[in-house]
Write a protein that binds this ligand. Sequence first.
Ligand code: GTP
Ligand code: MG
Length: 335
Amino acid sequence: RNSRRLTECRRDIDRLDAPFLAIYESLIPAEEEKAKQKQFLALLEKLVCKEWPNAKVYIYGSCANSFGVSKSDIDVCLAIDDLYINKVDMLLKLAEILKSDNLQDVQALTRARVPIVKLMDPVTGISCDICINNVLAVVNTKLLRDYGEIDARLRQLAFLVKHWAKSRGVNETYQGTLSSYAYVLMCIHFLQQRNPPILPCLQRMKPTYAVTVDNVECTFFDQVEKLRDFGARNNENISKLLWGFFYYWAYCHDYANNVISVRAGCILRKQEKDWTRRVGNDRHLICIEDPFETSHDLGRVVDKRSIRVLREEFERAAEIMQYDPNPCVALFEPY
Ligand code: GTP
Ligand code: MG
């Protein structure tokens, strides 16, 4: 499989920087869209607080972690501090309230792994998923957003990687490929590993932020405004990093033995995590450790078939970045 393994980056890589940056810019949501999201969220807060005065409404996922491209769905979490609450009953009640307020396509998916209510707001055109007490997702959203503020190259890389994954059909967890969350973690890990590093490991620094959620201690350094110069000694630009990202996942990652860990800021061995054999549906064919739920492998959705699809896509992307005369087009060609 590695017979065509590349060695050195193409000479004209810098020429590709401006066009890749232009694609990145075109993916950033407009201010107008952000305003609509705020407006919609205010409506939701009003409806929720009428029924549950103690509930808090948080946004998480790409609308809050700074890695959202334009027209993303909004992920909302209702946090309610009540041990006796029945999530299913609450979601059904919520669905009823939303329907009677003329929101469209309201659906309670109470049997999903994470039970949610889905809906569409006809005024703003925004689609939204609402879950209950998924507070870890709110915390990992903050971690990602904080990383995003340290060095501009993370957002650039993650937007381009997500755009590639969506164009190539490898951002579909129900088909065994990876979530956007997993791709962003892969980008953070990659930038932690550059030499000199472009990102630090916030969870290994002196904690300035600490919460305990579902018995998981979440601590990290969050004064990121103090880290704005962290990556200054590394002057790699976005085209070189995108090339390096695909090169790493196509030819360098040791799929048989390694786990990537943003929490540890380095590669771990599958052995030390006991991720060496299949348990239930977890096959650990590509291992991406969740930064807080460390027993959680975000690659768990990947199976024997989809790992081949993924690796072929990484190789295709690496070859395009190396040889294609116009990688800015070829990379994102629909599959
Ligand atoms: P797009 O919607 O594709 O733009 O990206 P997104 O950032 O919203 O990603 P995704 O839909 O994959 O996930 C939404 C959020 O759910 C993430 O930002 C995480 O906070 C959380 N999340 C997703 N998958 C997991 C998971 O397996 N474990 C945990 N703890 N959180 C997850
Ligand atoms: Mg989302």
